[in-house]
Write a protein that binds this ligand. Structure first.
Ligand code: ADP
Length: 370
């Protein structure tokens, strides 16, 4: 597995560092990425399908792209690589880009991209993700292999990040059978009752100060880079967040309804402060383990999100990692209670641009791109 695109050094050799343009698909977390890029002095490029998307950015002049690339469909982006490189573009990937292109196509995109695209292989498979996170010391909800063995609340999840669409809760095999779509690949996970916290971390492998991630395995005892907590959010999910207002699960089902987990937005959160060291231990473990996933792998670079539940015993369960900027970081477009301590107003979008700016200054762009 190549850790960077084999042509990355050639592409970067042809780039003019003074002309670097931050490119992003106009969706997901693009407002903060574009705003942050501008704050760090970069030119910006918005990419979208059809002209309609552009209008919304008129409402946010602080984030409006300097240039636009309008496509007929997102796959066309793959053919625009040469043009994007001529425009000195670095793409900031987010969930919508990966979904629109498909992970397999995204990996082949011939444009320098922030972060390590190869980590998507580990993020995209629930089994590999579990291997990764557990080796980093994260405790995950149990998996139930045989639906007949459901005896207590479980959540059934379908393959691929779908923003929770189609997920459902079952208490026993009957519930499971009634709701499951057997055509789809699914996982049955113990339903952990607790409070949800989604931690937006940033790992900067080229920073030598701050909270350093201590390596494990082949990097035991080494300082590997700086871990920062940018913000914490909680997703707003329709309709599970509100259905209790209609009564019990049984009442809801009598009305022919099922709780669902479709993300509609996000709310900022802060964590009980005595739990923060544990949150950092989990973030640090996830990064340290990512560096050991494959022999020549560079692991996690830049923003990532640990999705967790904290039980009433104050124990964390990590149910997912997103190895890129997540839309939940939008709660902190203007900074979060945590990032503001270090620098007022710092968003994950600006932090990404800052990392690119530092790498240009240190002449080590290939350390943070792929
Ligand atoms: P996706 O990545 O497709 O959005 P997630 O794995 O993040 O899906 O799950 C979607 C939602 O389901 C979460 O935000 C959370 O509310 C709920 N959830 C997921 N796993 C569990 C679990 N093991 N126990 C309780 N709730 C869960």
């Amino acid at each position: 597995m190549a850790t960077t695109h084999p042509h990355l050094p050639d592409w970067l050799a042809a780039y003019n560092p003074a002309e670097i343009t931050i490119g992003v698909i106009a969706s997901h977390s693009s407002l903060q990425i574009l705003h942050g890029a501008r704050q760090e002095g970069f030119r910006t490029l918005g990419i979208c399908v059809g002209k309609d998307r552009k209008k919304m950015y008129k409402a946010f002049p602080g984030a409006e792209p300097d240039e636009w690339m309008i496509l007929d469909n997102y796959l066309e982006l793959l053919n625009k690589a040469e043009e994007l490189r001529k425009r000195n573009v670095i793409i900031i990937p987010h969930g919508s880009l990966v979904e629109y292109l498909s992970p397999a196509n995204f990996i082949t995109l011939e444009v320098p991209t922030f972060g390590n695209r190869q980590i998507l292989k580990w993020e995209g498979s629930r089994e590999l993700q579990r291997q990764w996170l557990e080796s980093g010391g994260c405790t995950m909800p149990k998996v139930i292999e045989d639906p007949h063995e459901i005896n207590g609340p479980v959540i059934i999840k379908y393959a691929g990040a779908k923003g929770g669409r189609g997920y459902f809760i079952a208490r026993n095999f009957r519930d499971f059978r009634r709701n499951v779509d057997l055509e789809e690949e699914f996982t049955i996970q113990e339903y952990v009752l607790g409070t949800r916290y989604y931690f937006q971390f940033f790992f900067d492998p080229i920073a030598e100060d701050g909270y350093q991630v201590e390596g494990m395995g082949s990097r035991e005892g080494q300082n590997c880079g700086r871990l920062e907590l940018m913000s914490i959010d909680r997703r707003d999910e329709a309709n599970v967040d509100e259905f209790y207002k209609l009564g019990s699960l049984r009442d809801i089902r009598d009305m022919g309804l099922e709780p669902s987990f479709v993300v509609t937005g996000n709310t900022p959160a802060v964590l009980r402060e005595s739990l923060l060291p544990e949150a950092f231990r989990l973030g640090e473990g996830a990064v340290a383990a990512s560096l050991e996933l494959e022999e020549d792998a560079r692991g996690m670079i830049g923003p990532f999100c640990l999705e967790t539940l904290v039980t009433d015993k104050l124990e964390f369960r990590v149910f997912e990692i997103s190895a890129r900027i997540v839309a939940g970081s939008n709660v902190a477009i203007g900074g979060s209670p945590y990032s503001n301590i270090n620098e007022p107003g710092l968003s994950t979008g600006q932090r990404i641009a800052r990392c690119i700016r530092k790498a240009i200054d240190k002449d080590c762009l290939s350390d943070i791109l792929s």
